[in-house]
Design a protein around this ligand. Structure first.
Ligand code: C2E
Ligand code: MG
Ligand code: MG
Ligand code: MG
Length: 281
């Protein structure tokens, strides 16, 4: 009886695993098709300078339509794109869109707005990464200072020498670099000190309980750490005025989150920028 149960369970899990693998393969196939059929989109989420109360730029975020009016979550499809290496092509395309967006904003009078793009490990590992970034940026005549590259702590810690070399080159070329989701990875603090980076992005994890029973002590510690290291600090996932006031009081430089705006298509971003500026000037 017990043996039978175990066998049944094993068969059940084997079938589940097959389903899971089939589902992943199907997602990968559809993602690849849709990407090369140009069905992916890049949306933008505004970033605010807390002292000047001005929008200073936006983060570029991938959107993959799911065919029923919604979108697949990047949290499920980005890992698949990383796994297959497709993220290298997708990443260059996102950067290209970001450059186009910088130019569109400049034409509309939003000068020196910065677009941040997320960069995955397989892109960084690619020996052509820095050259690709530089050639895309040059193709669109965009000043590298208007492009920020976001990398997560896990990327930084994965292959430190490769990453530092690439970051140093990027910095020399004038790009800015932010450590994304800061505090959720495991970067060694002594190492962080040596990294050629410009900004820490405090993860939403440390923000979300502020005003809902949390004391914000970890957010505070990260903001202090960033300041001591001479880095700019941006808080992500700011959803309420209270959360924004909290990080602002601690000297956090910038904020990004639903409180100001959710990610939106490029044309809506331009409307948002015009309205925001007319309200706050
Ligand atoms: P991320 O880079 O940390 O981006 C921030 C995520 O938090 C975005 O989710 C954004 O929509 C969401 N968010 C922003 N403000 C708030 C808020 O106030 N409340 C809540 N609950 N969420 C907020 P999204 O767009 O689903 O992207 C998820 C992740 O997928 C990104 O996290 C990033 O790691 C990855 N990703 C997105 N686009 C790209 C891309 O072009 N390339 C790469 N390599 N990764 C990307
Ligand atoms: Mg990011
Ligand atoms: Mg983040
Ligand atoms: Mg993230």
């Amino acid at each position: 009886r017990a043996k039978k149960d175990v066998q049944n369970r094993a068969n059940y899990y084997a079938a589940e695993m097959e389903d899971e693998t089939a589902w992943r393969l199907e997602m990968i196939r559809k993602l690849t098709d849709d990407f090369y059929d140009q069905k992916l989109q890049v949306w933008y989420q505004p970033q605010l300078d807390l002292q000047k109360n001005k929008i200073i730029g936006a983060e570029a975020l991938l959107r993959w339509p799911n065919g029923t009016g919604g979108f697949h979550s990047p949290l499920t499809f980005i890992p698949l794109a990383e796994y297959t290496g497709l993220i290298v092509d997708i990443g260059s395309w996102v950067l290209e869109q970001a450059c186009i967006q910088v130019n569109r904003m400049t034409e509309q009078g939003f000068k020196d707005h910065r677009i941040a793009v997320n960069v995955s490990m397989p892109q960084f590992k690619n020996t052509m990464f820095v050259e690709t970034v530089a050639s895309v940026t040059q193709k669109y005549h965009v000043d590298p200072k208007n492009i920020e590259l976001e990398i997560t702590e896990s990327v930084v810690m994965d292959d430190t020498t490769v990453v530092i070399t690439a970051l140093e080159k990027l910095r020399q070329l004038g790009y800015t670099v932010a450590i994304d989701d800061f505090g959720t990875g495991f970067s060694s603090l002594s190492y962080l000190h040596k990294l050629p980076i410009n900004r820490l992005k405090v993860d939403r994890e440390f923000i979300k309980d502020i005003g809902f029973g949390g004391d914000g002590i970890l957010a505070e510690s990260i903001i202090n750490l960033g300041q001591k290291l001479g880095l700019e600090v941006i808080a992500e996932g700011i959803e309420t005025e209270e959360q924004q006031e909290f990080v602002k009081r601690l000297g956090c430089h910038e904020s990004q989150g639903y409180y100001h705006a959710k990610p939106m298509p490029a044309d809506e971003l331009e409307v948002f920028l015009r309205e925001f500026n007319s309200k706050h000037n």
